[in-house]
Design a protein around this ligand. Structure first.
Ligand code: FAD
Length: 480
């Protein structure tokens, strides 16, 4: 019998695993996909919001501000790409400036530091590419950008290093109440546990309903994006928002930690939680709205479109707490934006809830809280030369666009959570993230994965289970 099973390994499950790995507990994370961060956590705006906009007094506000504070330390300790570039919310009229003043007041109540209203001149000084009609802006210097999937990966890897078990491709299909806990049925067998944390993202309602009476429903709401080439990466230096609307923070323009420009998201119901297709309508809306803030964005430099689904519940707050009628089953549900920012604080709250419902938390005397990743493109020429001399694999470049070496992909394959797909290698090392989107390096990455797993190239997927790139090993001329 495990002490705690966490269902789902997005940023919330990852943060909970990390938090619980500080204690003398047996913890298992069950994730239905073949990698961590496969849901909303890999397809969002990648912003650690400071916490100026969630309604003062809400759980969201409290956990956002605390989570953003914790994120700074985590990013430093666990070598997670991040940048505190700050944000601006633009107003284009005196009426919109009133909204900024309300946001300022709300942010001050939430305890967000250094908020300030900027004049038109100050806005243009900070961001010369803004629309000249800008009237004022709220400046939020503590906003950060981050690599969201690497954030989840770093937390999970650290949890695994500290004794947590991670089961990938392990979907929870049924839950039975047993003496002192639960028996969980999965696609890989059964597992018994004293406590369950439900961090299943868009499927948190389905997982809840396996153990308790229906209490909430998640409706997926799609957000679509453009990811522009690095040639557009300097178009803005801050995360640039416009005044929020009934759909939330609206369309933003932001640099990414990888040097690109991200523009989005759209909003609108999507037919299923797994439908992350993009639409002409959604992308046109994003383009037209973004141009109001920064008219010169060159959308011809687009290298990828993608979409992520928000876990909307109709309640404007997170749903965190013990499920009614299911002792020791704790929901971390309805985690829509700012869930990425709030995750470490949600995890702290989860530990508190577990303790309040009887789980004894004893700190481990030895907790490994560091992580270091070699990133060739970040090194100086001297550092590169030294590294390549000591290990020539770092000198063999696999991805030319992002300058990723064989050594870095090999390191990922030897890490606590090795990539099982070409895209999983991309999320770890950046190979395939650049202008050609893997056109050159994908076959080489695929070959490395096949060699590592001692299987044929046809068995390596592009991303999720079944997304095979090669379907047959037939050679030209017909011989196999
Ligand atoms: C368009 C968009 C933009 C956003 N922008 C931001 C932002 O800039 N900043 C911010 O703070 N937040 C942002 N968010 C919100 C943030 O992305 C989410 O709050 C966060 O990623 C939710 O994490 P999660 O772990 O709850 O869910 P997920 O990341 O979806 O993870 C849930 C996991 O559970 C797994 N799972 C589901 N069912 C089962 C099962 N039966 N058995 C086992 N595993 C299961 C799934 O495979 C998945 O991996 C945005 C969200 C969207 C959609």
């Amino acid at each position: 019998m495990r002490d705690v099973v966490i269902v789902g390994c997005g940023i919330v499950g990852a943060a909970a695993a990390y938090e619980l790995s500080k204690y003398k507990l047996s913890v298992t994370v069950l994730e239905k996909e073949n990698d961590v961060a496969a849901g909303a956590t890999k397809a969002n705006s990648a912003i650690i919001h400071a916490g100026y906009d969630p309604q003062a007094g809400s759980l969201m506000a409290k956990l956002n501000v605390r989570g953003a504070e914790l994120a700074k330390e985590l990013c430093k300790n666990l070598d997670i790409p991040h940048n505190q570039c700050g944000a601006m919310v633009l107003a284009f009229s005196p009426k919109e400036k009133v909204v900024l003043e309300e946001l300022l007041q709300n942010g001050n109540t939430n305890g967000v530091p250094e908020l300030k209203i900027l004049s038109k001149e100050q806005c243009l000084e900070l961001e010369p590419n803004l629309n000249l009609n800008v009237f004022a802006a709220l400046h939020i210097p503590t906003t950060m950008i981050v690599s969201p999937w690497e954030y989840a990966l770093a937390l999970t890897e650290t949890a695994v290093r500290n004794g947590v078990k991670l089961e990938l491709e392990c979907e929870v299909t049924a839950i039975d109440k047993i003496d002192g806990g639960y028996r969980i049925h999965t696609t890989q067998g059964e597992i018994c546990t004293r406590y369950i944390l439900n961090a299943a993202g868009l499927a948190a309602d389905t997982v809840h309903n396996l153990a308790a009476e229906k209490a909430f429903e998640i409706t997926p709401d799609r957000g679509e994006y453009y990811l522009l080439d690095k040639s557009e990466g300097m178009r803005v230096g801050h995360v640039v928002f416009q005044c929020p609307n009934e759909h939330g923070k609206g369309v933003l323009i932001a640099p990414t930690v990888h040097g690109n420009l991200i523009v989005g998201p759209s909003n609108g119901r999507t037919p299923s939680i797994d439908d992350v297709s993009t639409t002409t309508q959604g992308l046109t809306y994003v383009m037209e709205t973004a141009r109001k803030a920064v008219p010169t964005i060159d959308f011809r430099a687009n290298i990828r479109n993608f979409a992520g689904n928000r876990a909307k519940t109709g309640c404007n707050d997170f749903i965190i707490g013990q499920a009614h009628g299911a002792d020791r089953f704790i929901n971390l549900a309805g985690i829509q934006s700012p869930g990425l920012s709030a995750a470490p604080a949600i995890a702290e709250m989860a530990a508190e809830l577990l303790e309040n419902s009887g789980l004894v938390l004893h700190r481990k005397t030895c907790f490994h809280n560091e992580r270091k990743v070699v990133r060739l493109h970040k090194l100086t020429p001297d550092e590169k030369a030294k590294l390549v001399k000591s290990d020539p694999a770092y000198g063999r470049i696999i991805c030319r666009c992002e300058v990723v070496s064989e050594g870095e992909i090999r390191d990922a394959l030897n890490s606590p959570i090795p990539p099982r797909s070409v895209d999983a290698a991309k999320r770890r090392c950046g190979a395939g993230m650049g202008r050609c989107q893997g056109g050159f390096c994908s076959p080489l990455v695929l070959e490395m994965l096949a060699k590592h797993y001692n299987c044929g190239p046809t068995e390596i997927p592009q991303d999720g289970a079944g997304t095979y790139i090669l379907t047959s090993e037939t050679k030209i001329g017909g011989a196999v």
